[in-house]
Ligand binder design. Sequence first.
Ligand SMILES: [Zn+2]
Length: 119
Amino acid sequence: MTEKRRCRWCRRILPDATGRGRPREFCSQACRQWDWVARQRARELELSEGELVMATAELDALHDELYVLACAVDDARRDLAAAGDRATTRELREILEWVLQAAAPLRDRELGDSSSERP
Ligand SMILES: [Zn+2]
């Protein structure tokens, strides 16, 4: 399997390129704009390629969401092990939904959304 192309801004997987032309770099116009704004700001602040300025609140929120997901993964592992080979569909569904619920905020996250600035 070839590696999927991802949006340069939000890292969502891009749909497979169709037709001719340059492959897409962004999943949406909003992501293209955020990337542009970020690069302008980086230039103003003379940041190097690997440096990043991020709001503390945004980073804290991301850490919180990752922590919730990590806990759900632990729970799911434990529940799967406890259920063993005779787990019912219902049990498996509950385990899966628990993980999906914990992952949803990360899935739906919009980078830069907490900022009051808009491109
Ligand atoms: Zn995107």
